[in-house]
Design a protein around this ligand. Structure first.
Ligand SMILES: [Zn+2]
Length: 250
């Protein structure tokens, strides 16, 4: 039922899958450590609210759906972490890949799923006249060496916004909700922005977007086990998404 609502949940970093054919390019000894550090563990479940959801099918170490396709547009490419990573989160070598294979990866994963997201948004614009993308992530509890924001005092929840595509009211409602539930909440820190398909980027305000990032310390222990609070976090995310749903449909 909720799949027909003007909401698309986007979860780009939860997959742990490295397809067999891609393994040959990686520095294998570093792969497990990197998967642990960089994956938004369980976000495909935490953000499963019954709405339409796009879960990127392979690990971000294969292809990062949320970077700009062209390295010239993507600031993280200077650190070897554009759409196709070559460096680990500590800047050591992750993989060696030639131009042809990079382009193949972009075509196979990046282009295919960006067109899919664009279609999901387009269908909602046609049906409802608007669409809200909720970008679902989690982040490491202490700053990783590649990250720009090295402030050690990280919030429980980070809300990412875009000046053109994120209505102020949505930010206020989500911020209020999480604060009232006792979570420390920050806006655009340690991560900023929210995804919008290029077709609509900065040109169509019917497309709204907001990012919700969860600090992994809330639901995963340092030994990698799921904490007992997991279900509570999931329920709270569910409630936050329903607040956004009510707001966007009113
Ligand atoms: Zn993420």
């Amino acid at each position: 039922m909720r799949k027909k609502f003007p909401i698309v949940i986007n979860v780009p970093h939860s997959s742990l899958l490295i397809p067999e054919g891609e393994m040959q390019f990686f520095e294998r000894p570093r792969l497990i450590r990197e998967l642990v550090a960089m994956t938004d563990h369980c976000c495909d479940d935490l953000f499963d609210t019954g709405h339409e959801m796009l879960v990127f099918p392979v690990s971000r170490l294969v292809c990062d759906f949320e970077r700009f396709r062209d390295d010239a547009d993507e600031i993280m490419s200077q650190k070897g972490m554009g759409a196709v990573y070559t460096r680990c989160s500590d800047m050591s070598l992750l993989r060696v890949i030639d131009v042809e294979n990079k382009e193949r990866i972009l075509r196979t994963y990046y282009d295919r799923y960006h067109s899919y997201l664009e279609r999901l948004v387009e269908m909602r614009l046609l049906r409802h006249g608007c669409c809200l993308i909720i970008d679902g992530h989690s982040f490491y509890e202490s700053p990783l060496p590649y990250e720009k924001d090295q402030n050690k005092d990280r919030p429980d929840i980070c809300i990412g916004t875009d000046a053109f595509h994120t209505p102020e009211i949505l930010v206020e409602e989500v911020w209020d909700f999480f604060e009232k539930r006792g979570y420390s909440t920050a806006i655009n820190a340690p991560f900023a922005g929210a995804i919008v398909p290029m077709k609509y980027y900065k040109s169509d305000e019917r497309v709204k977007s907001i990012m919700i990032e969860i600090n992994r310390r809330l639901y995963i222990g340092t030994d990698g086990t799921i904490k007992p609070e997991y279900q509570m976090i999931k329920n709270d995310i569910n409630e936050a998404v329903h607040i956004l749903e009510r707001s966007v449909m009113s």
